[in-house]
Design a protein around this ligand. Structure first.
Ligand code: SF4
Ligand code: SF4
Length: 422
């Protein structure tokens, strides 16, 4: 019970007003009280007091949270439901063990050479393992297995991003030194995002540092309740990033940035005082790519390279909750000829929620459906966003009926705008 006992005061802050019900994406689809923030907090209190059994039903209810933080933003008392859910999942994992899926995830994340080897194997075996879907959908493969919910996914990268560039690429004198934290989805699935990041930073004169020994941020491990793997990955990342003096640590993945800003200081820093100041320093130095480019004075080529593009911008939850909403839009608007559509539902959750998508694929795609309808109504031909995880989820949704719409990372669009590519 220790993780919940530590935040007992936070649990008491909930006055059961129910405001959070109107904003919870999971409740909007399932319509059941236990899945709301208020329901989860009541469940967590019950676990702590011993009135709620630690059984599969409790685990199931506690797993129905995207950790999107929408309820925290809307709650007048700022009850940190996301941190409460993580603490409850940790208790459940300790008492009942990790789920088989979380065990596999933790094993893979804790061993990057194993992950690299498996990604090579999966790439070679993908023609036999996966069903093909039309290239026009923007995705190339789908899982054919019923237990994986017939997800549609892009092919793995030919070569992971990490290791493609020298660790340190010197920039112009007087310009900032930027450590780039890549993240797993960019590394294994969308290395083009990493290439765009390097291109943009170099064009802006920055020294670009990509520590090769950086690891997964650990978000998938802690979202399954595995504190030990989360802590171990976080400590390895600290060591990898602290080796290089730098002005900024840049993330181009909303979830990695969310881990640095919220989870490392609160889940780990408050628990392990000997690491607290190091996590705090990392949180202060880390910055989302859109904010950094805005600060550094990004300027696109002056010809109308994005002419005719109608773009829907999707706010990833872990950027919206950090108020990173102005910069990505202003950067997009700076591209000559690009039309940014201000559409409804641009700031709602896409439904991915890390491991939520695996455990509750139907609900996840139910949440996604509202976003896809809004994209369709906006008549956009491109969706831009700042999170590779959201890209996977939105591309999956679009592949079923809106295959003409492309999903791209903001950095890819900006790199094209700076290069003068259409
Ligand atoms: S979590 Fe906040 S918004 Fe939800 S019921 Fe409790 S006090 Fe109200
Ligand atoms: S974090 Fe998101 S999914 Fe979880 S209870 Fe809050 S609003 Fe609902």
């Amino acid at each position: 019970m220790e993780p919940l006992a530590r935040i007992e005061n936070e649990l008491k802050k909930c006055v059961k007003c129910g405001t959070c019900r109107a904003h919870c994406p999971v409740f909007s689809v399932l319509g059941r009280e236990p899945v709301t923030a208020r329901g989860k907090i009541a469940l967590a209190r019950g676990i702590l007091s011993g009135s709620v059994p630690i059984d599969s039903r409790t685990r199931e209810d506690m797993s129905k949270c995207l950790l999107c933080g929408r309820c925290v933003e809307k709650c007048a008392n700022k009850v940190p439901t996301d941190l409460i859910v993580l603490a409850a999942r940790e208790v459940l994992a300790r008492k009942r063990g990790l789920t088989p899926f979380s065990r596999v995830i933790s094993l893979l994340l804790g061993n990057r050479s194993l992950l690299n080897g498996l990604s090579m194997l999966a790439k070679v075996a993908s023609p036999f393992l996966f069903g093909r879907i039309p290239a026009s959908s923007g995705l190339r493969l789908r899982f054919p297995f019923r237990f994986l919910g017939r997800r549609r996914i892009p092919a793995l990268a030919r070569r992971p991003f990490l290791g493609r560039h020298p660790e340190v690429m010197e920039g112009r004198p007087g310009r900032p030194r930027v450590l780039y934290f890549v993240g797993c989805i960019t590394n294994y699935i969308y290395p083009e995002i990493g290439e765009a990041a390097v291109f943009l930073l170099k064009e802006l004169g920055c020294t670009v540092i990509i520590p090769n020994d950086q690891q997964c941020c650990g978000f998938p491990a802690i979202s399954g309740g595995d504190l030990d793997t989360f802590r171990s990955l976080a400590e390895k990342n600290l060591a990898a990033l602290e080796k290089h003096p730098a002005d900024y640590v840049m993330t181009a993945c909303a979830s990695c940035g969310g881990a640095f800003h919220r989870l490392y200081p609160h889940v780990l820093g408050e628990r392990f005082p000997e690491l607290s100041s190091r996590f705090q320093a990392l949180a202060e130095k880390s910055v989302d790519a859109a904010v950094l480019l805005d600060r550094l004075g990004f300027e696109p080529a002056c010809n109308g390279t994005a002419a005719g593009q109608r773009v829907f911008y999707h706010d990833p939850c872990h950027l919206r909750s950090r108020s990173v909403v102005r910069e990505p839009r202003e950067l997009l608007r700076s591209l000559p000829g690009l039309e940014l559509v201000e559409a409804e539902r641009s700031d709602t959750c896409c439904g991915l929620g890390g491991t939520f998508n695996y455990h509750h694929y139907g609900t996840s795609m139910g949440i996604n459906a509202a976003k896809i309808t809004a994209i369709g109504n906006s008549r956009a031909d491109n969706v831009a966003t700042g999170c590779p995880g959201c890209m996977l989820q939105i591309a999956d949704g679009l592949s079923r009926g809106h295959g003409r719409v492309r999903v791209r990372h903001l950095l890819e669009m900006l790199a094209d705008g700076m290069r003068g590519n259409p």
